[in-house]
Design a protein around this ligand. Structure first.
Ligand code: ZN
Ligand code: ZN
Length: 344
């Protein structure tokens, strides 16, 4: 089968053996795979100074059909089921279900958690409990719900879980991006008023089309948020640049939520705030990464109801992955790019 594999510092599209499902695994014939911005950071080594053991199969957003099951997997999934890889890149490959993290709804922190890698391939074998069945109303073009949509959902859910009531204004920084455009739609579905922020007039126009109540350029966002609302109740920061994180802090009112989702390269440095500013602003700060398999079911339900829709700005074949990653890195792609042919 064809697969995109990261080896010796390069991403290569090559022939690889078709996997055989192990215990509790399902073999999936992939019909579509989403291109996630985190792949670029990973390939460039933006997030780590250490070497990963190579080779690494790439891709963690997928939709496909179960073709075979390993021993024990039949309790969770059947041959012929159409599925979405239910937990993106982090923790979807396995979690123990019995540790303090799993039992408190944070399986990603489970010491035994494994990610999903290898969706850029004709076949992938994955742990069946991480899969979510997909009804026919949700087409293959919605594949990026698997990581992008789920991660955006997890972040918006925190806004609600930490006490911000519907109808309050919140900001989505990086709102035109792959994750941000989902967050705007999900925040609207939760009933929030949404200020979408991004850089450049094209992106600001795009944010309006996904349902934001207000869309402004990053350069005007601080003045707008302070004048209009006295600061927003929460900033959700999806930016891949540290400047977006600095801006997000300035948008919130005192005691607001500061939720970090984007992961800029380590070379961008850290978030800077003085202890005095921290005291004055008193933000509640937290990271957010993916969510749970149950959240994935909620995301699928939102898609069935038409409350969330992926903006796909490019379809490609697997062999065209390099150019797409380059264009994504330069900010040339709004929304998501989707591989709809994994055999060429
Ligand atoms: Zn991802
Ligand atoms: Zn666990």
């Amino acid at each position: 089968m064809k697969a995109a594999i990261f080896t010796k510092g390069q991403l290569v599209v090559t022939d690889a053996p078709k996997p055989v499902p192990k215990s509790e695994e399902a073999l999936i014939r992939m019909t579509s795979a989403g291109v996630c911005h985190s792949d670029i950071h990973f390939i460039r080594g933006d997030w780590s100074t250490r070497e990963y053991p190579m080779p690494i199969p790439m891709g963690h957003e997928g939709i496909g059909v179960v073709e075979d099951v390993g021993p024990g997997a039949e309790s969770f999934i059947k041959v012929g089921d159409r599925v979405i890889l239910g937990l993106g890149g982090t923790g979807g490959g396995y979690w123990c279900g019995a540790c303090e993290y799993c039992l408190s709804g944070r399986p990603m922190l489970c010491p035994q958690a494994k990610g999903i890698n290898g969706a850029y391939a004709e076949y992938i074998s994955v742990w069946a409990k991480g899969l979510v069945k997909l009804p026919p109303e949700v087409p293959d073009s919605e594949v990026s719900l698997a990581c992008g949509g789920l991660t955006a959902y997890g972040a918006v859910r925190k806004v609600f879980d930490f006490g911000v009531l519907p109808n309050k204004p919140i900001a989505v920084v990086g709102a035109a991006g792959g994750l941000g455009h989902y967050a705007v739609q999900i925040a609207k579905a939760f009933g929030y008023k949404v200020l979408g922020v991004d850089v450049g007039s094209d992106k600001v126009e795009f944010i309006k089309t996904v349902g934001a109540d207000w869309a402004v350029d990053a350069g005007e966002a601080e003045g707008f948020a302070l004048q209009k609302f006295g600061g927003v109740y929460a900033s959700l920061i999806f930016s891949s640049r540290i400047a977006g994180f600095q801006l997000g802090m300035k948008l919130i009112r005192r005691g607001g939520l500061y939720i970090c989702i984007g992961m800029p390269a380590l070379s961008e440095g850290g978030i800077s705030i003085t202890p005095l500013e921290l005291l004055i602003r008193s933000p509640l700060m937290m990271p957010s990464a993916v969510a749970t398999v149950e959240d994935m079911r909620s995301v699928v339900a939102l898609a069935v109801d038409g409350r969330i829709k992926t903006h796909v700005s490019r379809y490609l074949k697997l062999s065209e992955i390099h150019q797409t990653l380059e264009d994504l890195a330069c900010g040339k792609i709004s929304g998501r790019a989707v591989i709809n042919d994994l055999s060429h």
